[in-house]
Design a protein around this ligand. Structure first.
Ligand code: HEM
Length: 344
């Protein structure tokens, strides 16, 4: 959804409503995620407590590995250059050409999925986002100004895919790394979803994972659509602005121990979960992440169901875990590590 203005507004509104209708926080989506959790549990069972690198996991089987490469590319110096000089990098040979190829491959995958949906759609009974978009596309097929046409369907699905898969699986991979580093956290596992007492702690852990990972430290680039005066400065129209999430997520005025992993950041004296205004891992304002509730729900359900089935350890013990990210520019990506999943 890199589009601005009208097109972006229509597609963003549609996306939010559709995701909400499929139950971000409600039943349908929860069932899908639980099905996925079961696949994960089965594949962890099949490791038979042999250490493995969780890197490809927990990306979904349907998520072609190329989306991982796209994220890694974004965090490399080469990717940084692309953000700043796209017109130049598109013309130079190099790794960026491989990434463009992979985005094309992913686009092909999305187009194939759309085609399958077109063949099997029952308009009265939408199965998912693509069905809803196709229905709207059909309703507005005679409206020449409609934003609901095929190209926008492909790019919206592609955007959701690129924005949603690697962010969530990278965060999960980092969450497991933190469980290896701080094994005590695993003892707080939620035995059952109804066990209310453990929930605030679990929520606090998940929020702290997001804060501590700081996955997109610089946020996405924005630009001033008109002249703005801000704290005595004038920001001229067209200025590129990087609203750094990193500086807020590590702000000494807002966090007791900004550079240490500490779930207490999100707990009050009575152990209740408390929201923090400086928790801006999903950004803020009208371009804030549309997938926040979905991502939170996925991470919560995956983490809780896996912790109910397994305890996690690593061959070298907690001291061998290096939490510092592999890249530290556009995205923070956790290092590779070995995971042992022992059935409880
Ligand atoms: C750990 C998980 C995630 C994190 C930390 C995250 C974070 C972010 C951030 C920081 C932005 C930039 C906001 C800005 O420009 O100010 C963003 C935008 C976006 N995210 Fe996420 N995200 C996550 C998961 C998801 C998921 C699961 C989806 C899809 C369902 C998604 C869809 C999007 C989209 C479409 C945008 C662009 C919104 C717009 O420009 O209107 N994200 N996300």
């Amino acid at each position: 959804m890199g589009h601005n203005g009208e097109c972006w507004r229509h597609l963003r509104r549609f996306t939010l409503t559709t995701l909400r209708d499929f139950g971000m926080g409600r039943k349908r989506m929860e069932e899908w995620i639980q099905e996925e959790s079961q696949h994960l549990i089965d594949s962890l069972d099949s490791t038979k407590t042999v250490p493995f690198d969780p890197h490809p996991f927990p990306s979904r089987t349907v998520s072609p590995s190329c989306s991982a490469t796209v994220l890694r590319f974004g965090s490399s110096p080469c990717g940084q250059l692309y953000n700043i000089f796209p017109w130049l990098m598109e013309r130079l040979p190099g790794r960026q050409q491989v990434v463009f190829g992979q985005v094309d491959e992913l686009r092909g995958f999305v187009m194939k999925k759309i085609h399958e949906h077109q063949e099997t759609i029952d308009p009265g009974n939408p199965r998912d986002f693509i069905d809803c978009f196709l229905t709207r596309l059909n309703q507005e097929k005679d409206v020449s100004s409609s934003e609901f046409h095929y190209e926008n369907l492909v790019s919206t699905v592609l955007d959701l895919f690129l924005a949603g898969t690697e962010t969530t699986s990278t965060t999960l991979r980092y969450a497991f790394m933190l469980l290896l580093k701080y094994p005590d956290i695993q003892e707080h596992r939620v035995p059952q979803m109804e066990d209310r007492k453990s929930l605030p702690f679990t929520e606090a852990v998940i929020h702290e994972v997001h804060r501590f990972l700081d996955i997109v430290p610089l946020n996405l680039p924005h630009y001033a659509t008109k002249n703005i005066s801000f704290r005595g400065y004038t920001i001229p129209q067209g200025t590129v602005i990087l609203p750094m999430l990193h500086s807020v997520l590590r702000d000494q005025d807002h966090w007791a121990t900004p550079t240490t992993f500490n779930p207490n950041h999100f707990l009050d004296q009575n152990g209740n979960f408390q929201r923090k205004p400086a928790f801006l891992g999903f950004s803020a304002g009208k371009r804030a992440c549309v997938g926040e509730s979905l991502a939170r729900m996925e991470i919560f359900l995956f983490l809780v169901s896996l912790l109910q089935h397994f305890s996690f350890s690593c061959p070298g013990g907690p001291d061998s875990i290096d939490l510092s990210p592999e890249f530290s520019s556009f995205t923070n990506v956790p290092r590779h590590y070995q995971l042992i999943a022992t059935p409880r």
